[in-house]
Design a protein around this ligand. Structure first.
Ligand SMILES: Nc1ncnc2c1ncn2[C@@H]1O[C@H](COP(=O)(O)OP(=O)(O)O)[C@@H](O)[C@H]1O
Ligand SMILES: [Mg+2]
Length: 257
């Protein structure tokens, strides 16, 4: 792992949200790297600063102090080098599935025709081909989130950022989406960061789990996940899986796991 190329480099990241009364220290001193093609998850209790980290990496939010490099370049604003998936699918209801997937191409002012095949390939990859002309309201929550993943990948960014993408789904759909996401990741080989407050999800997906402390956000530990790939439904019932879940739960400071 250490010989691989660093794609994301974060050093001494600090974030203070200004506020009328007392400013809010959301991140106090966060440092970590993510390597090429690695899948990293960030887990921590609500309010510990997970979304703040992701928005800063995506260039959607300014940092207060520290260094954030993407592909060796400082992040100064939204860039085409990352794709982001939010907790809610945020699809445009008046656009078809295909047109939602192609939205970033319009925003980046690129030629739609150049990306049509890429969009169809992504819809194929996520088993949505037959829904390409449907509208978001006609899709289930899991399908809508798959459209969001296609949209995040359409311009072929090297980095995929996901903020609790399956948080709104029921447990069974969520488990299925985890397997699906790993399939997409293994085909597309994107460097990925996924945020979750589910320890089992964090362990199931990751090469490494970054464990955050409660607010103000700091890294409690980074845990290497030595479970074999491909990870399948059986992975979740293996003793090692449960051991890792317990270890991480204790690091977060949960009494009951
Ligand atoms: N725009 C904002 N203004 C002020 N405080 C904020 C803002 N966004 C988040 N916070 C605060 O920063 C902390 C971290 O928030 P967030 O990154 O959303 O945490 P998480 O995603 O882990 O739940 C929380 O205490 C939250 O209330
Ligand atoms: Mg959040």
């Amino acid at each position: 792992m250490q010989s691989r190329k660093k794609i994301i480099e974060i050093q001494h990241l600090k974030k203070i949200y200004p506020s009328k009364n007392a400013p809010i220290l959301a991140l106090s001193d966060v440092s970590f790297d993510v390597y090429e093609e690695e899948f990293v998850t960030i887990v921590g209790q609500s309010g510990c600063g997970k979304t703040t980290i992701l928005k800063i990496i995506a260039g959607l939010l300014p940092k207060t102090e520290g260094t954030v490099l993407l592909g060796g370049q400082p992040v100064t604003g939204p860039r085409a080098s990352s794709g982001i998936v939010f907790q809610q699918p945020v699809l445009f209801k008046w656009r078809s599935v295909l047109d939602n997937v192609l939205l970033p191409i319009e925003i980046l002012r690129r030629n739609r025709g150049d990306y049509l095949q890429a969009a169809l390939d992504l819809l194929e990859l996520t088993a949505l081909t037959e829904f390409k002309d449907r509208y978001p309201r006609e899709l289930s929550g899991g399908m809508q989130q798959r459209v969001s993943i296609c949209r995040a990948l359409i311009h072929d960014p090297p980095v995929l950022l996901m903020d609790e993408p399956f948080g709104a789904l029921d447990a069974m759909t969520r488990s299925e989406m985890n397997v699906e996401l790993l399939r997409i990741w293994s085909e597309r080989r994107k460097t990925s960061i996924l945020i979750t407050h589910s320890i089992t999800e964090a362990v199931f997906l990751a090469d490494r789990v970054i464990v955050m402390t409660p607010r103000p956000g700091m890294i409690a530990d980074i845990v290497e996940i030595d479970l074999p790939r491909p990870r399948l439904a059986e992975t979740r019932v293996s003793p090692r899986f449960n051991e890792l879940v317990q270890v991480i739960g204790r690091k977060i400071g949960l009494k009951y796991i």
